[in-house]
Write a protein that binds this ligand. Structure first.
Ligand code: PA5
Length: 444
């Protein structure tokens, strides 16, 4: 199981206070399980890992296998919760130089529909020219502009390059059962499709086909990912004193109440960069409402100690830090000795690089605590599918509990609509005539 070390938090908030909030988190746990919390029509993620059927995982793997056989590249079109989970897991499990390897076993996994950069889309379509590529089109609503825009371009290119019949085989839709343009298109074209359950919101959907299909296409073990999540799901059901998700929720809330308004998720493995991006969305979109919520930020360390380190050490004292630590790296690399020792680093000779990294981690943690930054440490044994499954479910469950302590509905995102309304008004989308008039008047 993952380990949660809070010894560097208690100098800032008393254990008695944490215990009070822990008790409340356990009560929140009961409402989650009974389905009586705010947003209770979006609790499908809660037991997703323990209820997902092995036959369903087999079906996902079979579709993934077809894409792997038929494609040199697969583009995953999606944004927010329809993209970040898959991206995070694939990055975490991939070789750091995957994109430079001449790998003929695994298709290149690319992402689109998560921005509207013209250069990005142009360069993507250029790269795909002449390639045997497929597309996984992911959108719960089926109407998200960024995704729809990229999908239209990719669909046309795929059909032109591979013909309509092959395109049908290598385009897969993951969307709502009935609603939205992505569903209409998938049904009309006869694409293989998976349903995003009504009761699972985007940012809680990585353990559904939304995350599982791209991860399986990339060649990673979705059974182990689910297994890790299942074990964590069982652990999170415990209402005794050792529920890790409830503890993390209680500590976050205690720190927030004590004036710590920003949480920085820090990692010491570059492969975890997108886990932090996924986490930021999970917490940011879930808790940032009604004028409340911790601002979730992230740093890649030690890289960012040479950019954000100064701020963290001595800037405004409104932050706390949560470190994700990987106990055992996959590989072993010893630091060599050098006769001349011109760089003065012979004191490290014979040590593993990871030992240096771990001392950097500990040293930084101690320095930040001395500088007034409370520090939570979450350790996973290794960076594999099983432990990522645990970590993902842990963060999801803790988010569901924490938002109840904060008094917000974790599962909606009304604020996301504001920019869309303005963008559609500015672009003159049919049905937005009044808004177009109003926004033009505002801009004069
Ligand atoms: O968490 C969420 O619900 C959002 O971030 C959505 O995932 C995101 O807006 C994409 O929506 P859709 O899947 O409908 O295209």
């Amino acid at each position: 199981m993952i380990k949660l070390d809070i010894t560097k938090v208690t100098p800032f908030v008393g254990e008695d206070i944490i215990d009070v909030y822990y008790g409340r988190a356990i009560k929140a746990q009961e409402t989650l399980v009974k389905g009586t919390c705010p947003g209770n029509d979006f609790l499908g993620w809660l037991h997703m890992p323990t209820t997902i059927k092995p036959e369903f995982l087999e079906e996902i793997k079979a579709v993934a296998q077809t894409l792997r056989e038929e494609c040199d590249a697969v583009v995953v079109a999606g944004i927010g919760g329809s993209y970040l989970g898959a991206k995070a897991v694939i990055e975490a499990l991939s070789n750091s130089f995957q994109w430079l390897k001449n790998d003929t076993k695994n298709p290149v996994i690319l992402f689109a529909g998560n921005n509207i950069g013209e250069d990005y889309l142009f360069e993507l379509t250029e790269y795909l020219k002449g390639k045997k590529f497929g597309v996984i089109n992911i959108s719960k609503s089926g109407t998200t502009t960024e995704t729809a825009l990229a999908f239209r371009l990719l669909k046309k290119q795929c059909e032109q390059q591979r013909g309509k019949e092959v395109a049908k085989k290598v385009i897969v839709a993951i969307t709502d059962a009935k609603r939205g343009a992505a569903r209409t298109c998938a049904d009309k074209e006869g694409y293989k499709s998976f349903i995003i359950p009504d009761n699972v919101g985007g940012r809680f959907s990585v353990l559904t086909p939304v995350g599982l299909l791209p991860i399986a296409v990339a060649g990673f073990d979705i059974d182990q990912l689910i297994k890790g999540a299942q074990d964590m799901d069982r652990d999170c059901m415990n209402i005794g004193p050792t529920n890790l998700a409830a503890k993390y929720a209680a500590i976050r809330y205690a720190l927030y109440q004590s004036g710590k308004k920003i949480e920085i998720l820090a990692n010491y493995q570059p492969k975890l960069h997108f886990i932090a991006e996924w986490w930021k969305q999970l917490y940011g979109e879930s808790e940032g409402k009604d004028g409340k919520g911790i601002y979730p930020a992230s740093v890649d360390l030690t890289t960012d100690l040479h950019s954000m380190g100064q701020w963290i050490q001595e800037g405004e004292r409104t932050i706390f830090e949560t470190v994700i630590s990987v106990e055992n790296p996959e590989y072993k690399l010893l630091f060599p000795s050098d006769d001349e020792n011109l760089d003065g680093l012979n004191f490290l000779a014979g040590k593993r690089v990871d030992e240096v990294n771990k001392m950097a981690e500990l040293g930084t943690q101690l320095a930040h605590v001395d500088g007034g930054v409370p520090n939570i440490r979450i350790a996973i044994e290794r960076l594999d599918a099983y432990h990522l499954g645990q970590l993902i479910y842990f963060f999801e469950h803790a988010c569901g509990l924490y938002c109840q302590l904060l008094g917000v509905n974790a599962f909606n995102q009304p604020g996301v609509e504001a920019y869309k309304k303005n963008m559609f008004a500015l672009l003159g989308k049919p049905g937005y005539e009044k808004e177009t008039e109003a926004i033009k008047a505002k801009l004069q």
